[in-house]
Design a protein around this ligand. Structure first.
Ligand code: HEM
Length: 154
């Protein structure tokens, strides 16, 4: 590994891997009875936007922030959707299933970092989606790294 510790984004396989993940994920989402109602009017570019946003969070290029509206857009998109706990849980379940199906790394360190952000982000999305919620004010996305378990650990 030399001196360079890969980002979680790189370790996953870079841009192509994140796009593969969200393509497969949203195919499942629109066929799921619990999630369908929330995503019926999803824009065709939605999977691409989420791939860019996740990539940026995990240390990839800041394309979502620089070209697509970044954190303020993310918050706007979840506002008043009134996401229910069972819907959040299913969203997480399908995301992890998609990570397996699209061949994202299986090592413990990668999965710990990935799952931890998916828990964090999905809970924030649910909280920000509650009618009348006042989301925290940030300029940029919250970035996520390896946490306690670094890649290639014993
Ligand atoms: C880590 C968790 C999550 C991430 C990273 C995420 C990411 C995003 C992003 C980036 C957008 C905006 C896309 C754009 O700019 O066009 C978005 C929109 C949206 N998200 Fe999430 N989200 C998360 C969790 C959830 C959950 C748990 C739900 C519901 C169960 C949800 C429902 C939606 C809906 C309904 C939209 C709007 C879709 C539309 O355009 O009609 N999100 N999400």
């Amino acid at each position: 590994m030399g001196d360079h510790q890969p980002t979680v984004y790189e370790w996953a396989g870079g841009e192509e891997a994140w796009h593969r993940l969200t393509e497969v994920f949203y195919k499942k989402v629109v066929e799921d009875d619990l999630l369908k109602p929330l995503f019926e009017h999803m824009q065709p570019d939605h999977p691409k936007h989420v791939a860019m946003m996740l990539g940026e969070v995990f240390g990839g290029p800041a394309v979502y922030t620089e070209e697509f509206g970044g954190y303020p857009r993310l918050v706007r998109r979840h506002r008043n959707r009134d996401i229910q706990p069972a819907q959040r849980a299913r969203w997480v379940e399908l995301m992890l299933e998609s990570a397996d199906e699209t061949g994202l790394p299986q090592d413990a360190e990668f999965r710990a970092a990935f799952v931890s952000y998916i828990e964090f982000g999905s809970r924030r999305a649910m909280a920000n989606s509650a009618p009348g919620a006042v989301p925290g004010e940030r300029e940029t996305l919250k970035l996520w790294g390896w946490g306690e378990a670094r890649p290639g650990g014993e």
